[in-house]
Design a protein around this ligand. Structure first.
Ligand code: MG
Length: 228
């Protein structure tokens, strides 16, 4: 068993319920703009469009600022909605910043880990949204290092964001670092390429994508206690 010193946690859908938060924020923003019909359909479309824009962000084809508005502009264009994308984006992000829904076991597991290891949060997202959610959920007090991709300029799985995180941790022994996250395409392959151990939080029992070899795999966050 490896003796870890630092545990890097992903935030969304690892500690915080992002799916629930996004649905809350979209529903609330649409209600504010007077749209009450077909909102579930728009949520499905938004998920697809948002994922496409994050891929473009990973390839540095769009900036985080462009992503904020362009994803809604496309959603509205595709659905024939006559709404101001920039204004909608501001309202949506304001609601999302308040979406501090923690997943079961999250706080208990983090507190357990905090007694034994040093902890960092490493998340892909928008800085203002993530930091506001961390404060509301109490995660800012539990994680001395909190890295959001917008601040670094590249998202996971780019090795540079892992390197930047370890710089902030002032820790450079990769053999004593573990990355815990739900997303094989960013958390696990990213950790793997960077050269640290990984733990895939596979809540849904999905098959591992090709080339993805997590060091550990868990289906509940509390199972982390058994392996570290
Ligand atoms: Mg995640």
């Amino acid at each position: 068993m490896t003796c870890y010193e630092w545990i890097l946690f992903d935030a969304d859908n690892t500690l915080l319920d992002y799916d629930r938060g996004q649905k809350y924020a979209l529903n609330s923003a649409f209600a504010d703009f007077g749209v009450t019909r077909r909102v579930d359909r728009y949520l499905v479309d938004y998920n697809r469009i948002n994922a496409e824009f994050w891929v473009m962000f990973e390839k540095q084809e769009v900036t985080a600022g462009e992503l904020r508005v362009a994803r809604f502009a496309r959603l509205f264009r595709e659905n024939g909605l006559d709404l101001d994308a920039a204004a909608f984006s501001r309202v949506y992000l304001d609601y999302l910043s308040r979406a501090d829904f923690l997943l079961p076991d999250a706080l208990a597991t983090v507190r357990y880990c905090r007694d034994k290891y040093r902890l960092a949060l490493l998340s892909n997202g928008l800085a203002e949204v993530q930091h506001a959610r961390y404060r509301r959920a109490g995660l800012d007090k539990l994680f001395p290092v909190r890295v959001v991709s917008e601040e670094i300029g590249v998202p996971k799985p780019d090795p540079r964001i892992f390197a930047a995180t370890l710089d902030l941790c002032d820790h450079h022994d990769k053999s004593t670092v573990l990355m815990v996250g739900d997303n094989p395409g960013s958390d696990i392959i990213g950790g793997q390429r960077f050269g640290i151990d990984t733990c895939w939080f596979n809540r849904t029992g999905a098959a591992a994508p090709a080339d993805i070899r997590p060091t550990y795999e868990i289906s509940k966050l509390a199972e982390l206690r058994a392996i570290i």
